[in-house]
Ligand binder design. Structure first.
Ligand code: NAD
Ligand code: AKB
Length: 308
């Protein structure tokens, strides 16, 4: 059985569907803090900090693989650092202990937030000193370290990707810094106007969700002998400024983008502009399929359909 924690979030919403398609609906259990209504998957309500309940769910269901997505993202983390540390570090420790006890395979995502402002911001390499400025980034570095420890000392098969900002239409994200790129699409369609919380020159690494889900499954399917890294693969697809994205959306929709940077600008300023992902490409054959043009066509088509 496969368990997905944080299943109701931006990635979980789409990963559960993809895993259901690959393995069959009865093989997937979704889990999150609150039980949703009319949810089309076996569901277990669980706070990741409640280790007794978390272990019970794993034991009772014979879980052998976990996709651990429960987390607090960067903007929410700056507002509530204690919660961010608890969920992202203590929560992960619970997941790792259970993975060790039941010999599970584990997917645990990291983020471009592990990088700080002192690394090369263009084509940021896989191996650089990690010195993030945000609470979220620090918890993600700690997460990578814990995963490495469990891989090396306890022989647990753990894999993970440093996702860039993910753009999707099935779930509107909240709590992240890269959310502006998603919100811009939603508000362009729904309101014809978007107030963007970073300035127009802000350029960050981004990826369409379909590519991110494909990469996740591809990494989990890769033979372990081919992997030179485990919980921390750099992954890249596209980079654009907020203004370039607004221009691209404007070629489909008549909308007005206003730039009013807030505290999230400071977070964005410390992150890379683009990422060098040559190890993911050579170790497990990663190649993105979506660029900004193709992604925008998909986003606009689907959001228009949902708003009809
Ligand atoms: P999200 O915020 O959309 O979803 C996280 C989910 O975790 C939410 O549904 C939330 O209810 C749940 N959660 C929070 N606290 C919990 C707790 N105590 N117990 C159980 N569940 C809890 O996040 P996401 O975008 O889906 O991100 C998933 C993972 O991917 C995270 O580790 C995140 O750091 C990483 N990531 C995401 C992005 C992105 O752009 N979406 C980029 C880089 C890395
Ligand atoms: C965030 O902005 O916090 C996430 C991330 C890049 O980790 N989307």
């Amino acid at each position: 059985m496969i368990l997905v924690t944080g299943a109701l979030g931006q990635i979980g919403t789409e990963l559960v569907l993809a895993l259901q398609e690959k393995h069959g609906k009865d093989k997937i259990i979704a889990s999150d803090l609150k039980e949703p209504e009319n949810y089309d998957c076996k569901f277990e309500k669980c706070d990741i900090l409640d280790n007794e309940n978390y272990e019970r769910i794993n034991k009772e269901n014979g879980v052998d693989t976990v996709y651990h997505l429960a987390a607090i993202l960067s903007a929410a983390g700056e507002k509530n650092p204690d919660l961010c540390y608890d969920v992202n570090v203590k929560g992960l420790e619970n997941v790792l202990k259970v993975a060790k006890k039941y010999n599970q395979r584990l997917f645990c995502p990291s983020s471009i937030a592990v990088f700080g402002p002192d690394v090369p911001r263009e084509n940021t390499p896989q191996n650089v000193e990690l010195n993030p400025k945000t609470v979220y980034g620090k918890t993600k570095v700690k997460g990578e370290e814990l995963c490495d420890l469990y891989f090396n000392e306890h022989n647990i098969d753990i894999r993970g990707i440093r996702y860039p900002g993910l753009i999707s239409w099935k779930h509107k994200p909240s709590g992240g810094t890269t959310d502006y790129a998603v919100e811009m699409y939603f508000d362009a369609i729904e309101k014809g106007e978007y107030v963007c919380f970073v300035n127009e020159d802000t350029r960050l690494p981004m990826m369409f969700m379909d590519d991110a889900i494909r990469a996740t499954i591809q990494l989990m399917d890769a033979p372990i002998e081919s992997l030179n890294y485990h919980s921390n693969y750099n992954l890249s697809s596209m980079s654009f400024s907020a203004k370039e994205l607004a221009d691209e959306i404007s070629s489909h929709v008549d909308f007005n983008c206003i730039y009013k940077p807030d505290y999230r600008q400071d977070i964005a300023n410390t992150w890379p502009i683009s990422i060098d992902d040559k190890d993911a490409r050579s170790d497990w054959g990663w190649e993105p399929k979506f660029d900004i043009t193709k992604m925008t066509e998909e986003m606009i088509t689907n959001l228009r359909r949902l708003n009809e």
